[in-house]
Design a protein. Sequence first.
Length: 465
Amino acid sequence: MQTAHDYDVVVIGAGPAGEGAAMKLSKEGKKVAIVDARGQVGGNCTHVGTIPSKALRQTVFNIMRYQRDVMFQRVGELRNVPLSQVLARAHTIIEQQVAVHSRFYDRNEVDVYYGQAHFVDAQHLSIKTREGGTELLSFASAVLATGSRPYHPEDIDFSHPRVFDSDKILTLDYPVHKLIIYGAGVIGCEYASIFVGLGYKVDLINTQVQLLSYLDDEIADALSYYLRELGVLIRHQEQYERVETFDDCVVLHLKSGKKIKADAILWCNGRTGNTDNLALEAVGLQANSRGQITVDQQYKTAIPHIFAAGDVIGWPSLASAAYDQGRCAAAHILGVADTPRVEDVPTGIYTIPEISSLGKTEKQLTEERVPYEVGQAFFRHLARAQITGETVGMLKILFHRETLAILGIHCFGNNAAEIVHIGQAIMQQKNGGNTLRYFANTTFNYPTMAEAYRVAALNGLNRLF
Ligand SMILES: Cc1cc2nc3c(=O)[nH]c(=O)nc-3n(C[C@H](O)[C@H](O)[C@H](O)COP(=O)(O)OP(=O)(O)OC[C@H]3O[C@@H](n4cnc5c(N)ncnc54)[C@H](O)[C@@H]3O)c2cc1C
Ligand SMILES: NC(=O)c1ccc[n+]([C@@H]2O[C@H](COP(=O)([O-])OP(=O)(O)OC[C@H]3O[C@@H](n4cnc5c(N)ncnc54)[C@H](O)[C@@H]3O)[C@@H](O)[C@H]2O)c1
């Protein structure tokens, strides 16, 4: 047998979950290797997921902002900008991110291997390197952080040049006037904002009754309203029957009998955990029907020295949580028993307008019969929003009408994903620190968006009797 390189821990997948685990373990003195099939670190997060989509979204947001501004009317010519041109900026950011994260591994003396990894047995991993060779690594513990990829129903031909998923869309290199987006989860809604902002006609097909039903109803309604305002045609409760492809167009046939024709279709319905080529059977592990691995409170799989974190374990499938899950798994490998599991993860949805929330929704509190009250601040009343011109949006604080404890924070509008963290910091304070009074009794900079918390708190307190 080939000589193995020996490691305390081998991490498979160099996305956020893998990096979180590798950094924590190496800083605590473990000999760590990380493996990634891609040939660059950063994971799907950096190369095809969070980073390119957010960079694209920012460019589109900037274009839309200039188009609104009378001083920049000529920028109106920017409608129907080729995606390749808009993506140029995203590629620069990807390169910067790869450089930053590569240095982390260098400085922390984590050995990085590039190639597809699979288990040989419960102590050995084989890597098919990108140069065609093989490497054998032995490990005392392993962390699976192999992430996820778009789910491909068998009857859809993703090799057709007019059929895209969220990875392939980043290679779109021909003009598109009308795009069908099938699946109105976070990815579908974010890409609907991006493409409508670029001047494409967008039909968004939702298989559910409303958009992002886990959001507070008022926020989900606002998203539907503003996507429609931008020009997105939303169809709820529709299921595909088949996708017909032609050289110059696609036709989506829905079970309801409707037919929709467009230049291309972007399939955004479902993701699958990357477990199929890990040879999990060699260690006695099994993934579920969505390719995901089950873990316990410590991110430990059914095999006690093998851990898993990030998209490969399913919910919440966020880069934000993945990094912390990786660190948490590492802490348990190191034997730090009291490390809490990653819970209470905020949502940060980069549609236009942006959405962010944390804690309970009004529907949940009503069902649980919690006596809550609402405090609202509309962005259009805030000086900072008027100055920036970003007046669409609202901050809503849900609080207990007797204890004044903060129960939920729901925000939409520009920078919602940042604004929510002010409330999060207070909401997490136990021992009496978590009350609405903090916002009423604290002086905020002026003019800022943070002022929304004072406005919402006073609005809520005024409702009490
Ligand atoms: C379009 C889009 C937008 C998103 N936007 C956001 C957002 O705004 N905010 C947010 O928090 N999250 C967002 N997400 C989710 C986020 O990208 C994922 O939650 C995150 O990437 C998960 O990180 P991870 O470390 O689990 O795995 P990944 O980032 O998926 O990385 C896994 C790595 O493992 C490697 N790998 C897989 N199998 C093997 C193998 N057998 N051998 C070696 N290497 C292997 C892969 O090559 C990959 O590089 C978005 C996702 C998508 C698709
Ligand atoms: N800003 C953000 O935080 C952000 C942005 C984009 C994506 N994401 C993450 O990416 C993930 C995917 O995004 P999404 O919201 O579009 O939802 P999704 O693609 O996971 O779900 C869409 C629909 O497909 C179904 N589905 C999921 N996986 C399936 C599978 N393997 N087989 C069959 N059906 C399946 C789901 O039940 C749902 O009805 C989410 O978990 C989300 O958290 C986050």
